[in-house]
Ligand binder design. Structure first.
Ligand code: SF4
Length: 199
């Protein structure tokens, strides 16, 4: 919303903000809370809430992503605000400074949003589709496992090892997703598997 702000109105608004902050520093935190409570409904009006997990670390704090724009109407949805999920058992609505700055990641110009491929001999990466990326990964894993899977050791004992491919899982998952990741990776016989603390 664009708003014409006169010099007098600006000073009045700035004065109110300063008063709120100063009162807060003096122990009148309710004033700041009341101001935040009054402003918040407007900030989040007409937004869509989407629950997710912080992408940064293995604490896996729950977040709520607020976006504007209705995809069902063909509109583009822009993420306008991210905050801690007060219903999430891990963080109960709190976020550390990294999590509190998640909106900057979303809007970072350097954020990778598509799979990239550097073909053999090429000097640079080029974007490919997700389907193409998954097909390439699946093909490479299958070929390598077929060629290098070790069913038994030299003494004839069944070991079912696959040691020539490794898997690095992400932290932006729930505990349940991490559990599934572990089961899928280990079921292939893969030993080289690393992750953050949850897995
Ligand atoms: S908010 Fe902080 S502690 Fe929580 S998952 Fe993100 S980086 Fe980790």
């Amino acid at each position: 919303m664009n708003m014409e702000l006169s010099r007098r109105a600006f000073l009045r608004t700035a004065g109110a903000g300063l008063a709120g902050t100063t009162l807060g520093a003096m122990g009148f935190g309710e004033v700041e809370q009341a101001m935040a409570a009054a402003i918040r409904p407007f900030k989040l009006a007409n937004t869509t809430e989407t629950r997710n997990t912080c992408t940064y670390c293995s604490v896996a704090c729950g977040i709520i992503i607020y976006s504007k724009g209705d995809l069902r109407k063909g509109e583009r949805a822009d993420i306008t605000h991210i905050e801690g999920d007060s219903d999430h058992p891990t963080n109960r609505g709190t976020l550390c400074p990294k999590g509190a700055a998640l909106l900057d990641i979303v809007h970072a110009k350097t954020r990778l949003t598509r799979p990239m491929l550097r073909k053999a001999g090429a000097a640079s990466f080029e974007p490919i589709s997700w389907d193409e990326a998954f097909d390439k990964i699946a093909r490479a894993m299958k070929d390598d496992r077929d060629a290098n899977f070790v069913a038994t050791n030299k003494d004839g004992v069944t070991v079912n090892r696959w040691t020539t491919t490794g898997f690095l899982a992400a932290s932006a998952t729930t505990n349940e997703t991490a559990w599934c990741t572990y089961k899928v990776v280990r079921s292939t016989g893969m030993l080289v598997f690393d992750n953050q603390a949850r897995v």
